[in-house]
Design a protein around this ligand. Structure first.
Ligand code: RAM
Length: 351
């Protein structure tokens, strides 16, 4: 084997070792020390062990590694309002330059975020914002403009059940900023006379725990035997609800479907929901790409840390192969719209 052939089989990192060259590292100015150091980005999700955040992590990690920055995801086991505070403090203490978080509360983190920003740490929210308290973070990265999103979720389920029959919401935690916003928007949209024959009978919280979400779904089916629809705007809730509907055979077309059956709709990961979609338990499910969200978020974090991006409306940031994004109102950046997954397209998605 000649040298050229051999080299084509050597991974880049090994090549760097052999030749003594290091991949270029993302550096930030360390004003205190007068030198430069590697940028350290830490992602704190609502909770760990949630495949949705693992997909964001995948996108962030790939970019940070490629850009030579240090990166890790760490966070609480439970998605509770104040559970992220200690993680934020510890990670800043350990040298994080950027704290990126999917918030568990719109306001419980304000003081902590103010403290770390006073030390020069950048704060980026992703997925779940500190709604109404945006001035306590630098930039927020979201899939889409969520200002009317709850209404769009309601409409999609409404169409699926001919706007007729009892409907319940199975949400995440009651504090969760994004679900809270969408549920409020659904409630407002529900006032439209077109929904008069599909009343909201209950809103329950599975806390983004699979078991609790399943128990809540069981409770809904027991309490409302004629239920026609369940909206779960959470990946954890919707997969738990679909599993219960499948096991009990209560989905439309299922062996125990009463009154036409209960249709489960919501935000779900195509990989996690594929068998339910293809099996007719949940004919439609909606979501955006959390991996793409991770990609864009990582570029935003690095550009902020390097001083290349200012948290100001109109500023632009390059996001690798995904092009460029602009900072919008309330310093938000949007990544890309949601897709509706059906049996015809669900197999194409790798998240
Ligand atoms: C869950 C989380 C997350 C939400 C998705 C749709 O994984 O609650 O915040 O965006 O669902």
């Amino acid at each position: 084997m000649n040298r050229r052939t051999l080299l084509s089989f050597v991974p880049l990192a090994a090549l760097a070792l052999m030749t003594g060259c290091k991949p270029e590292e993302a550096k930030t100015t360390d004003t205190a020390g007068g030198g430069t150091k590697k940028i350290k980005v830490v992602f704190i999700p609502k909770n760990v062990g949630n495949p949705y955040f693992d997909a964001i992590d995948k996108g962030m990690k790939a970019v940070c590694e490629a850009e030579g920055a240090e990166y890790k995801m760490t966070g609480p086991a439970q998605a509770e309002a104040t559970n992220q505070i200690q993680y934020i403090k510890d990670e800043v203490q350990a040298g994080a330059n950027v704290i990126c978080l999917a918030a568990n509360s719109v306001d419980a983190l304000n003081n902590t975020l103010d403290e770390i920003r006073a030390k020069g740490v950048k704060v980026v929210t992703v997925d779940a914002d500190i709604t109404g308290n945006e001035s306590h973070r630098d930039i927020g990265v979201f899939a889409t403009d969520f200002s009317k999103f709850g209404g769009a979720i309601l409409e999609q389920l409404g169409k699926g059940i001919n706007y007729t029959g009892e409907v319940a919401i199975l949400s995440a935690t009651s504090d969760s900023p994004n679900q809270k916003l969408w549920v409020e928007q659904m409630n407002a949209a529900w006032k439209d006379p077109k929904y008069a024959k599909m009343p909201l009978v209950a809103t329950v919280f599975g806390d983004d725990k699979p078991e609790k979400s399943a128990t809540e779904m069981e409770g809904l089916l027991t309490k409302f035997p004629n239920l026609k629809g369940v909206i779960a705007p959470t990946t954890v809730g919707v997969s738990a609800a679909a599993k219960v509907a499948q096991q009990r055979g209560v989905y439309p077309g299922g062996a125990n479907a009463k009154n036409g059956g209960a249709r489960v709709f919501g935000l779900g990961l195509p990989k996690q929901m594929r068998s339910f979609i293809e099996g007719g338990v949940t004919p439609e499910i909606m979501l955006w790409s959390p991996v793409d969200m991770g990609t864009v978020t990582a570029y935003v974090c690095l550009a902020l840390a390097k001083g290349e991006l200012k948290a100001e409306k109109g500023q632009k940031v390059k996001v690798g192969a995904m092009g460029e994004r602009a900072v919008e109102d309330l310093n938000k950046i949007t990544v890309g719209p949601p897709t509706i997954f059906t049996k015809d397209n669900v197999a194409q998605f790798d998240f």
